[in-house]
Design a protein. Structure first.
Lengths: 429, 214
């Protein structure tokens, strides 16, 4: 009597009862069921929902592991205990110390995300009497990757409950949701607890805590790690730097110093502060190739999102080149960023690869996917530049386009119908 | 027999539950979303609507035989506008701060679909006493939802009730705040009012399956 037959017996025992979906889910998650189909013709295909979900999770694992190391790396770097890593394989990055901090901080996020989310899923399956669906497997993995490392766990739990119930279950569960649940969770956190989701403290483990210790009178140096976007958002504001050796204080603008903050390669490899899993553009590109190769992620959406971002970036560059925006403008900093750099700043790449491609909430038609993706990229950069209160606009842009995706599909299909009707008329006339 | 006959009692009771103007008829949503961030504002708004609806329904009912049907909307508007101006002036005189919080939404009671709806659907065809009960009933139904939404939004959004801190002091970190609790800023934004109303509708329709339309 192994676990499998025990589970099978339990399943038989609870057949038709309320708790049945819970046992079924456990059983099919761990083992292949004993049942075989008896009649009719069947198509055997391996690409079922579970396989699709697992593929995405595999593509996310490198980001998660990198995120753990990065959490520790940013922590020690801010404390001044280690030197900046020299490139992706730098000696101070892949260390055990970094990993320990990362495990200590990031694993609880993963556990809470999956624990709470799956509990809600099981609860709804039992109440509504349907089978537990696999939809949360990917969401549960995405959530820890798109939040700041120091987010309090109870906040994450509240947000997960909100996201799964309001974002998904009220619409009828997996496959019926209009909004991407992971982004719903992030949006909830962003609007409910803004102090934990933006600013220059939350991205580095320990910075908030350190701040509180200083506030309570301890003699420590404050640590912080600002994201580049947070930095640019302050463009135009004046910053006074203490001059050395009695020299006069240097007054400069925030935007001017941004280029000194992080190098292009740091941003590409991901050695910068940010949400847990979105910093490494390198690993995201590898994940994207994996998703495209396995045909799980839509290359049309990914590509068109990036094109949209580039076009918007080019427009802003053009505006700056034409001299319509003065250097004193608060938009100058971000508008003057070379257009291609928008792709490695912030989380546009992560959003394009893992969020926009969610097959449930994206457009279904090929032409629709191009429009959908393009607008995501376009609007992301627009929000990023024009709204300093929302330094990163990717999640808002994707949620907005999630809402419009069915409309886009509708018009694509209608347009197709009309064109074919016309052809029909020409032929018959 | 109590104070009211069974039929009359239903006029008050139905709008509170199974024929609630907000959750079933989905009327008067704008003000429910706009002013429920604080419980006090919700209560004052409820009282204002209660007054306008109770009196307005009686007035329209008394005049129902002399209003020409071609211009009845204008007549109704004049009645409700008069009453709303009274409410507005009273608020400005005795609760100025609050009237600033409610701002334009007191004036917008005029366009509250519940009021015009009851004038049209009930007061024009029924006697003053029954119209009065109907007005009070619907206003109470509106008030119940406003107060529930206001209660949760103020409690979770600001940690206060009627302006009194109930969860501790967020700055001094006492009470719940000492263990890391924080106010939910999302609760103060209008979308959350919509979601809370939605959750109430959800609960109500789960309890009473007759209300679910296909």
């Amino acid at each position: 009597m192994g676990l499998k037959s025990n589970l099978h017996n339990l399943k038989e025992k609870y057949k038709g009862k309320k708790m049945a979906p819970a046992f079924n889910a456990l059983h099919t998650f761990l083992y292949l069921p004993n049942e075989t189909t008896h009649n009719g013709t069947h198509i055997k295909a391996a690409d079922d929902l579970k396989r699709t979900m697992n593929t995405v999770i595999m593509a996310l694992v490198p980001c998660l592991i990198f995120g753990m190391f990065n959490a520790g790396y940013q922590h020690y770097l801010a404390l001044g205990e280690i030197e900046a890593s020299n490139g992706f394989l730098g000696s101070t990055f892949w260390t055990l110390d970094n990993l320990v901090v990362g495990l200590w901080q990031v694993l609880p996020l993963v556990v809470v995300s999956y624990g709470v989310g799956l509990a809600v899923e099981f609860l709804f399956a039992v109440i509504k009497g349907h089978e537990v669906e696999e939809g949360y497997l990917v969401t549960g993995m995405l959530v820890p990757l798109i939040v700041p490392v120091d987010i309090p766990l109870w906040m994450l739990a509240v947000a997960v409950v909100f996201g799964v119930v309001i974002g998904k279950e009220v619409f009828g569960g997996t496959g019926m949701n209009i909004l991407n649940p992971a982004l719903t969770i992030r949006a909830f956190l962003f609007f409910a607890y803004p102090t934990w989701m933006s600013g220059d403290k939350v991205w580095v483990h320990g910075a908030v805590e350190r701040d509180q210790m200083i506030a309570s009178g301890q003699n420590l140096d404050a640590i912080s790690g600002e994201t580049l976007l947070g930095y640019y958002a302050k463009s135009g504001q004046e910053l006074t730097l203490a001059g050395s050796n009695g020299a006069a204080d240097v007054v400069t603008t925030y935007g001017d110093r941004a280029s000194e903050l992080y190098s292009i390669w740091d941003m590409f490899w991901g050695l910068i502060p940010g949400s847990v899993g979105e910093t490494s553009k390198f690993l995201i590109i590898i994940g994207a190739l994996f998703l495209i190769f396995t045909k799980v992620g839509s290359w049309r959406i990914i590509l068109s999102t990036l094109i949209g971002a580039l076009v918007m970036g080019l427009i802003f560059n053009g505006v700056v080149d034409a001299g319509w925006i003065g250097e004193s403008s608060k938009f100058y900093g971000l508008m003057s960023v070379p257009f291609w750099q928008h792709l490695i700043i912030g989380s546009i790449l992560f959003g394009a690869v893992y969020m926009a491609t969610d097959p449930v909430t994206a457009s279904q038609t090929n032409k629709g996917k191009w429009i959908y993706g393009f607008l995501i990229g376009f609007i992301s950069i627009m929000i990023r530049v024009f709204n300093p209160a929302y330094p990163e606009g990717v999640f808002l842009a994707i949620l907005l386009m999630n809402v419009f995706a069915p409309t886009i599909d509708h018009y694509v299909v209608q347009g197709n119908v009309k064109r074919r009707m016309k052809r029909l008329k020409v032929k018959t006339a | 027999m109590g104070l009211l006959s069974k039929k009359d009692a239903a006029l008050i009771k139905d709008p509170l539950t199974d024929n609630n103007p907000i959750t079933i008829q989905v009327l008067g949503i704008c003000s429910a979303l706009a002013i429920t961030a604080e419980l006090e504002a919700s209560i004052v708004m409820s009282i204002s609507v209660l007054f306008v609806m109770g009196v307005g329904n009686v007035v329209i009912s008394l005049m129902r035989n002399i209003i020409p049907s071609k211009i009845r909307i204008i007549a109704q508007l004049i009645v409700v506008a008069t009453l709303v101006i009274i409410v507005d002036l009273v608020l400005k005189a005795f609760a100025y701060e609050l009237s600033k919080t409610l701002s334009v939404f007191v004036g917008l009671i005029i366009t509250n679909c519940i009021i015009m709806g009851r004038f049209e659907a009930f007061a024009l065809g029924n006697g003053p006493w029954r119209s009065f009960l109907d007005g009070i009933g619907n206003a109470l139904g509106y008030a119940v939802i406003l107060i529930i939404v206001g209660f949760f939004r103020e409690l979770l959004g600001s940690g206060t009730l009627l302006g009194i801190p109930v969860l501790g002091d967020p700055i001094e970190k006492t009470g719940l705040y000492s263990i890391g609790y924080e106010n939910n800023g999302f609760m103060l934004l209008s979308p959350m009012a919509l979601i809370v109303v939605g959750i109430i509708i959800w609960i109500q329709r789960t309890r009473n399956k007759d209300l679910v339309e296909d």
